[in-house]
Design a protein around this ligand. Structure first.
Ligand code: MG
Length: 250
């Protein structure tokens, strides 16, 4: 069942989203040569708690950290560790916060130092795909499939693939609510988009094949072919006036 949000609930979600925006403002400059992914996790947790929020992922189904850090061929759900980022790496950071009972969720991918041409293209295409997905649902009578189709079209036009095994999601009093927001599909299909719908739209883009697998740690999702991946995510709420990007700003 899809639970539409009231204006009061949306105001609280805006606050949860603002906490994430502030956290990413601290994280982005910290993604540099030599930083450990655990240090990034500490920065993320401090930023969220200082703003009165609660890390959404820590303890979620047993996940041990605040931040997911997925490097290079890692797609999502990477566990922070003593690994030091190196120049040329591609780091995808996924972060969720809870505030007064409501969640926001966002992800950004960054190069460490100067990224390769392919890394920079992966980063750019994931964001472009997100923006195309959002643009596709600015008018009336739109459906979730319009987002899915637009995301897939941008990614594949650029010669990349969209991951099938993980999808975007509704969000609110739970971090993962209905409906699912696949990054592939047909326009005009799926649930109707109505005012009060809140979703996390999150293209996961791979340079090669879309197939992924989970490592023995039970969390880290990597590409099967070892090619690199990127991830971009924002929490969006639909209003009478159209979509509002809570975590990204419009
Ligand atoms: Mg998400």
């Amino acid at each position: 069942m899809i639970r539409l949000k009231s204006k009061r609930e949306i105001i609280i979600m805006q606050k949860a989203a603002a906490i994430l925006r502030q956290a990413f403002e601290r994280l982005q400059p910290a993604v540099r040569e030599g930083v450990t992914t655990l240090e990034l996790d500490r920065i993320a947790e401090e930023a969220i708690r200082r703003s009165g929020g609660i890390p959404a992922f820590k303890g979620y189904r047993g996940f041990p950290a605040t931040l997911c850090v997925s490097v290079n061929e890692e797609v999502v759900h990477g566990i922070p560790s003593r690994r030091r980022l190196q120049t040329g790496d591609l780091a995808s950071l996924d972060l969720g916060a809870k505030f007064e009972g409501y969640y926001a969720d966002a992800a950004r991918s960054y190069p460490v130092g100067k990224g390769s041409a392919e890394a920079m293209k992966l980063i750019r295409v994931a964001e472009e795909a997100f923006r195309a997905g959002l643009q596709a649902v600015r008018g009336p009578a739109r459906r979730i499939g319009d987002i899915s189709h637009a995301v897939q079209a941008v990614v594949e036009k650029n010669g990349f693939s969209v991951v099938r095994d993980y999808v975007g999601h509704g969000i609110g009093q739970a971090i993962h609510e209905e409906p699912q927001i696949p990054n592939y599909g047909k326009a005009g299909q799926g649930p109707r988009i109505e005012p009060g719908l809140a979703v996390a739209i999150e293209p996961m883009v791979t340079a090669g094949d879309p197939a992924v697998q989970t490592l023995e740690d039970g969390w880290t999702v990597v590409t099967r072919d070892g090619r690199w991946a990127s991830h971009y995510e924002d929490t969006v709420v639909f209003t009478e006036d159209g979509p509002v990007n809570l975590t990204g700003g419009n």
